[in-house]
Design a protein around this ligand. Structure first.
Ligand SMILES: [Zn+2]
Length: 274
């Protein structure tokens, strides 16, 4: 019998071992199941993360209940994480729902305000025994330009906020890319030489395995995969519907082959990160 773990139970060790734990965004039963089955198959720790918008209705709570039930039956460490938390209330809500880790994303604010809010969020998280991720620089959504993180900012941010893991902006963006981004590995190495905390790479979708391996060699111990996974799921469902035509087919039977392919896809990711 195992239960959910915090980031501190999996990520510092991953950073020491020069490997990365996959952090996959779940939005429904089928994506949670596929992430879980892939991690069990690979006998690997995994992070199931839930985007902040899903905290606006019952979804985040239901995903927590599902994940807790699955974790209790498995022998692998599973962390349940709030992705891109945008308010202190959301941090409190995630903790109350049983999330073992939270992200406070103050990267849209100037550094001083980001530090002040993240420090407050870190106190709330740590008082509850939950780990926290912060972000400096800015990993843009869509076509926006990245604001890259510097080593001196990283040191100041960690000192003043006490975050357990740090998301840095070194050239990735959220969503699909028009062409593959080039990661600033030199900058990442400088940051990793100055801070001992595990680093996080957002926007892992569409970055080559070679570049991801180089990033893992520079202290990146958590790689976020959201867009690619969700798109894989939706395209799979669309293909099943097309294949079946007009005839009725129960929902679970539609999803089953998609879940199987998604599980294979996630397992491949987990293997390539470790
Ligand atoms: Zn992100």
């Amino acid at each position: 019998m195992s239960s959910l773990v915090t980031f501190n139970q999996i990520l510092p060790q991953a950073r020491n071992d020069l490997r990365s734990v996959g952090a996959f965004n779940a939005a429904n039963l089928e994506t949670v199941l596929s992430i879980f089955r892939a991690a069990v198959r690979e006998n690997s720790p995994v992070i199931i993360q839930v985007y902040q918008r899903l905290f606006n209705d019952e979804r985040a709570s239901l995903i927590a209940a599902m994940t807790e039930r699955l974790a209790a039956e498995a022998d692998i460490p599973i962390a349940l994480h709030l992705d891109h938390g945008e308010s202190l209330d959301q941090i409190r809500k995630a903790i109350a729902l049983g999330y073992t880790s939270v992200m406070f994303d103050g990267s849209k604010y100037p550094l001083e305000k980001n530090i002040a809010l993240t420090a407050e969020a870190a106190t709330i998280a740590h008082d509850a025994g939950v780990t926290i991720e912060g972000e400096i620089g800015h990993v843009p959504f869509g076509d926006g330009l990245p604001e890259l993180s510097s080593a001196s900012e990283a040191v100041e941010f960690i000192e003043k906020t006490g975050v357990d893991v740090l998301a840095v902006s070194v050239g990735t963006a959220h969503g699909f890319y028009k062409c593959e981004p080039v990661l600033d590995i030199k900058r990442l190495r400088e940051i990793s030489q100055c801070v001992s905390q595990p680093l996080v790479l957002h926007g892992g979708t569409g970055v080559s395995v070679d570049q991801l391996r180089a990033a893992i060699g520079c202290g990146v111990a958590k790689i976020n995969i959201a867009t690619e996974l969700q798109s894989f799921f939706l395209c799979g469902v669309a293909a099943e519907i097309k294949k079946n035509g007009e005839a009725f087919k129960p929902v679970d039977l539609y999803f089953k082959p998609v879940e199987e392919k998604l599980t294979d896809y996630i397992a491949t990711k987990i293997r390539s990160f470790s």
